[in-house]
Design a protein around this ligand. Structure first.
Ligand code: DSN
Length: 408
């Protein structure tokens, strides 16, 4: 077959891909769950591995011709285990939500009790939200945050666990900016005869980069996405001990998924290889330094932060003192090239499509080489965008900063 490139075969899709590249290049991403993967990861995602079926696991596939796929998956698993110091890894989950569902169903049955952090406290849909399959399948209850501090109240988690006796207690979420006491959560879960699952979708890269404590070896199951702070391809992964890996493997396939995405698994291997290099630890450290600098600058500009700051890559801004909703602030920033997302704050008086807060994160800026000084300037630009001052000057400066920091 004579090969033609995308621009010849399908100009419409080529144009859209180009437009997205340009959009990312000329704007600044402060969405805490987004990042820019390396060109090596992108190249792997576009490889011939995308054509191959390989249901099963290395050495035990339902299709012929999987020799290369076997090597790819073994490499990804071994690098994942080395990176996180884990006994076993399943690198097949297509996403974080699918990893979570597979991990639960490895150790729970429908109707079993599940305890996770509430969505409006910073948890995730897949931690038992009523309209998510995890909320429909399991008897889910939730813990919130302390009203005063915005921190996890471990005594509340303990009390809820004692009354629900969850089979799985989930820690982690999508907008909790502080460290989690994994040992304490393990004690609570095991004390009521359950297991602890750590969902490190957000901070996986900070854990791999050894800048915040790891739940691996503490939690019974660890799930994550590979595309946020970890900076790999879009996908998921589950880590566990040797005692649980057979159940996890059967739960992923044939339980919840069919053929693995070998191209994505190969790209995960590339990302894990990158994360094993010393430069990755410098990046991870800088992500946290930048988040603290962003938080301090916003506090100096009169903003409030849930929990007063951050230990990680993300911040939740409480906009109530500024008298503007998250929705409106998001729209004003987006128009000027600052890509952020509205976010519920604890006990938010506004609905989820409006919110009183914003979630900001520094992984993508850090990947583009931003250091504290530039991040402080970004805080000022955010403030000017939100308050509607000097719109054209803000737009021009955002463009300038973006052009000075090309995508990888
Ligand atoms: N959408 C992801 C996030 O922003 O945290 C979680 O699924």
């Amino acid at each position: 077959m004579k090969q033609k490139n995308l621009s010849q075969v399908d100009p419409a899709v080529f144009h859209l891909c180009k437009e997205e590249e340009d959009r990312q290049a000329r704007t600044l991403t402060l969405i805490a769950s987004e990042n820019h993967c390396s060109s090596a990861v992108r190249e792997t995602m576009a490889s011939f591995l995308t054509d191959k079926y390989a249901e099963g696991y290395p050495g035990r596939r339902y299709y012929g011709g999987c020799e290369v796929g076997d090597e790819v998956e073994r490499l990804a698993r071994n690098r994942a285990k080395e990176l996180f110091g884990a006994e076993a890894a399943n690198v097949q989950p297509h996403s974080g939500t699918q990893a979570n569902l597979a991990a639960y169903l490895a150790v729970m049955n429908a109707g079993d009790p599940l305890l996770g952090m509430a969505l409006n406290a910073g948890g995730h849909l897949s931690h038992g939200f009523a309209r998510n399959h995890t909320g429909m399948l399991f008897r889910a209850e939730h813990y919130g945050l302390d009203d005063e501090t915005g921190l996890i109240n471990y005594d509340e988690v303990q009390a809820k666990a004692e009354s629900l006796r969850p089979k799985v207690l989930v820690g982690g979420g999508s907008s909790y900016p502080r460290l989690i006491d994994w040992e304490r959560l393990r004690k609570i879960a095991h004390g009521v005869g359950g297991l602890l699952m750590a969902d490190i979708a957000h901070p996986a890269g900070l854990i791999a980069g050894k800048v915040i404590p790891s739940p691996v070896g503490v939690a019974d199951l660890v799930t994550m996405t590979t595309h946020k702070t970890l900076r790999g391809p879009r996908g998921g992964m589950i880590l566990c001990g040797k005692d649980l890996i057979k159940k996890v493997n059967s739960s992923v396939f044939p339980g919840g998924q069919g053929g693995p995405f070998l191209h994505a698994i190969a790209a995960k291997a590339v990302a894990f290889g990158e994360a094993l290099r010393p430069e990755f630890q410098d990046y991870a450290r800088q992500v946290v330094v930048n988040a603290k600098a962003l938080g301090d600058a916003l506090l100096g500009l009169g903003y409030e932060l849930v929990t007063g700051g951050t230990d990680t890559h993300l911040l939740t801004v409480d906009l109530r003192p500024k008298g503007i909703s998250g929705k409106e602030a998001e729209a004003r920033c987006l128009e000027l090239g600052l890509v952020i997302n509205k976010n519920l704050i604890p006990k938010d008086p506004r609905p989820a499509m409006e919110t009183s807060g914003l979630r900001l994160g520094t992984p993508a800026l850090t990947t583009r080489g931003f250091k504290e000084e530039e991040v402080r300037e970004v805080a000022e630009l955010l403030d000017r965008a939100i308050s509607g001052k000097d719109r054209e000057a803000v737009r021009a400066r955002v463009r300038e900063l973006a052009e000075a920091h090309p995508l990888p």
